[in-house]
Design a protein around this ligand. Structure first.
Ligand SMILES: NC(=O)c1ccc[n+]([C@@H]2O[C@H](COP(=O)([O-])OP(=O)(O)OC[C@H]3O[C@@H](n4cnc5c(N)ncnc54)[C@H](OP(=O)(O)O)[C@@H]3O)[C@@H](O)[C@H]2O)c1
Length: 280
């Protein structure tokens, strides 16, 4: 078991939702936390709330898809705190809509944020962690990284890809003392749905023959709210990973996430496909 207190941890996507609650929890536990996201106002408000003195929390405004902003994030962290113990790769959003309708550039953009930028930021912190022979990378995946659904499979694919790169990294980095873990949230009440709407409404509003199914998809999401978890459910899992000597390769929560993943494990694809099928 490792102390959280004193660890220097970068949390991307900390201006809302899971990242914000993770930052809160880590600061409460005594970590020095660097919070990053594009929206300056909520990010700086969170930094002031968590640490009015500014001694233990640093807000770095930037876009994870920008190479310059990624460099700035790592340089600012090392400049202020001198080391990086943990990187929580949490920034992400979902694009929904029929694969036939969503332009390929929008699909690439989703991969750019959720996958390529995460790899690029990880590449920036690795020389530092390898040099120290210590560090922890926590990637925020999703149950959608195991179960792809119609009208959601663009986002789901980004999280499937994350599963593979996380597994590869875990093995590559083990000899260097760097721990790598993947956390798979189920449905959590955050700004995620609003952000997905902003990113996707232009495609879902013009979905032609798919339109009736999109209504069914939205109703499905409303039902999911009944079992949704809180951002802190996931923040707890992040804390557990950062404080473990040998974190689980994968963790998931809340309970419904474990149930869905169990069903994926035991059910034939055809039966799972029936459960997640298009509905009007
Ligand atoms: N909520 C769920 O049900 C759920 C389930 C499974 C997995 N997840 C995953 O959990 C992670 C956090 O999502 P959330 O639910 O907390 O949603 P959220 O409230 O919308 O938070 C997403 C965060 O990512 C940041 N972000 C998005 N694009 C960015 C970019 N290009 N550069 C920098 N930051 C960016 C956003 O900040 P700015 O807009 O200020 O940049 C925001 O802070 C995501 O990876 C998501 O895929 C969520």
């Amino acid at each position: 078991m490792r102390q959280l207190s004193g660890q220097v941890i970068i949390v991307t996507g900390a201006s809302s939702g899971i990242g914000e609650e993770t930052a809160r929890r880590l600061v409460r536990g005594g970590a020095k936390v660097v919070i990053a996201a594009r929206r300056a106002d909520p990010l700086q408000a969170l930094a002031r709330e968590l640490d009015p003195t500014g001694a233990n929390v640093l807000a770095v405004v930037g876009d994870v898809t920008s190479p310059a902003d990624r460099e700035k994030l790592v340089a600012a962290t090392l400049g202020k705190f001198g080391c990086i113990d943990g990187l929580v790769n949490n920034a992400g959003y979902g694009t929904r809509g029929p694969v036939e309708v969503v332009p390929i550039d929008a699909i690439r953009k989703n991969f750019e944020t959720n996958f390529f930028s995460l790899i690029a930021l990880t590449q920036l912190v690795l020389p530092h962690m390898r040099g120290r022979g210590d560090g922890c990378i926590v990637n925020i995946g999703s149950v959608a990284g195991k179960i792809a659904r119609p009208l959601s499979s663009i986002y789901d694919s980004t999280k499937h890809a994350l599963e593979a790169i996380t597994d590869g990294l875990r093995g590559e980095l083990k000899p260097f003392g760097i721990r790598v873990t993947l956390i798979r949230p189920g449905f959590i009440i955050t700004e995620f749905i609003d952000a997905a709407s902003r990113a996707s409404d232009q495609y879902t509003d013009n979905a032609g023959p798919y339109a009736p199914y999109l209504d069914g998809f939205r109703v499905g999401y409303q039902k999911l709210r009944l079992i949704a978890g809180e951002p802190d459910d996931i923040a707890q899992l992040v804390e557990r990973a950062l404080t473990a000597d040998n974190p689980a390769p994968r963790d998931s929560g809340p309970f419904h996430a474990k149930v869905f993943l169990f069903l994926k494990w035991i059910l034939p694809d055809r039966m799972l496909g029936f459960i997640v099928r298009l509905r009007k």
